[in-house]
Design a protein around this ligand. Structure first.
Ligand SMILES: NC(=O)c1ccc[n+]([C@@H]2O[C@H](COP(=O)([O-])OP(=O)(O)OC[C@H]3O[C@@H](n4cnc5c(N)ncnc54)[C@H](OP(=O)(O)O)[C@@H]3O)[C@@H](O)[C@H]2O)c1
Length: 241
């Protein structure tokens, strides 16, 4: 039985990834930070839908240094990792505190990278380990008011490209999905006017559904993608590509 860890499984994209991977037969370690109700409901639903698979819950604040150790100590077998946690701050770089920079870097890059380090031997055991980061179109193009977020997303993409080369001989593939605008909790603060301006810029004229990001992750985590590594896959409706 294959096991995958999903960081941020309580988020909208992470939950969509969990549903797709469970349907593909994966057993899952479902990580959350604050949203215990949502993760418990997801766990119960997955247990009911896929009774022969295993679904565990892990809580950790990824802003904290050392959260990687707390998470990997809870893992037994592990064949895949999906990094779907994230947060952003909307402000000018001149207003961004050192503490806020540390949080973005620690939660979206340092802890996930340390987790990759710590589980590498387990991922390579069957010579078919899979790692997928949820990056962002902002990591490709950048965005004003989200300079540090864009910087960390770009760093995630750079890590994927470099680490993919280092572990290819171990049978581990490392890829990222780079979403454009997705209809999730992260995007609930827009005014109607701002939303219309955004949609006018997107050739497909709508936001992605979380399941459309989950489908791309499911593909990259499947055997069908065994020959794909070091790739950043934009899923943006044609926006900014
Ligand atoms: N939505 C978009 O338009 C979009 C576009 C491009 C890329 N992305 C990326 O996609 C990923 C998922 O985003 P989403 O839209 O699904 O957002 P979301 O629904 O807000 O989910 C965010 C997830 O990150 C977790 N999280 C937040 N702060 C954390 C912390 N300090 N420690 C540990 N976990 C933490 C949340 O946990 P709790 O809920 O349990 O607290 C939740 O599971 C992020 O990396 C985001 O940057 C999103």
């Amino acid at each position: 039985m294959k096991h995958a860890l999903i960081l941020g499984a309580s988020g909208d994209i992470g939950t969509a990834c969990a549903r797709v991977l469970a349907a593909q037969g994966w057993s899952l370690y479902l990580h959350y930070f604050r949203n215990q109700d949502k993760i418990s409901a997801l766990q119960q639903q997955l247990i009911a839908d896929y009774p022969t698979q295993e679904f565990f819950v892990i809580q950790a604040d990824l802003n904290q240094a050392g959260a990687s150790d707390k998470i990997t100590k809870s893992l037994f077998n592990i064949d895949g990792v999906v990094v779907a946690n994230g947060q952003t701050i909307y402000q000018l770089l001149t207003e961004t505190t050192s503490h806020a920079m540390d949080d973005l870097w620690t939660s979206m890059l340092k802890n996930p990278v340390e987790i990759c380090q710590q589980v590498q031997a387990k991922l390579s055991r069957e010579h078919q380990g899979k790692i997928v980061f949820i990056g962002s179109v902002y990591g490709l193009q950048g965005s004003a008011m989200e300079v540090m977020y864009s910087t960390v997303k770009g760093a995630q993409h750079a890590f994927v490209k470099a680490y993919a080369q280092e572990v290819a001989s171990l049978g581990i593939t490392v890829n990222a999905v780079a979403p454009g605008a997705v209809a999730t909790q992260m995007n609930t603060d827009w005014t109607a006017e701002e939303m219309q301006e955004l949609l006018n810029e997107i050739p497909l004229n709508r936001m992605a559904k979380p399941e459309e990001i989950g489908a791309a992750v499911g593909f990259l985590m499947s055997k069908s993608a065994n020959y794909i590594t070091g790739t950043i896959l934009p899923v943006t409706g044609g926006w900014k590509v």
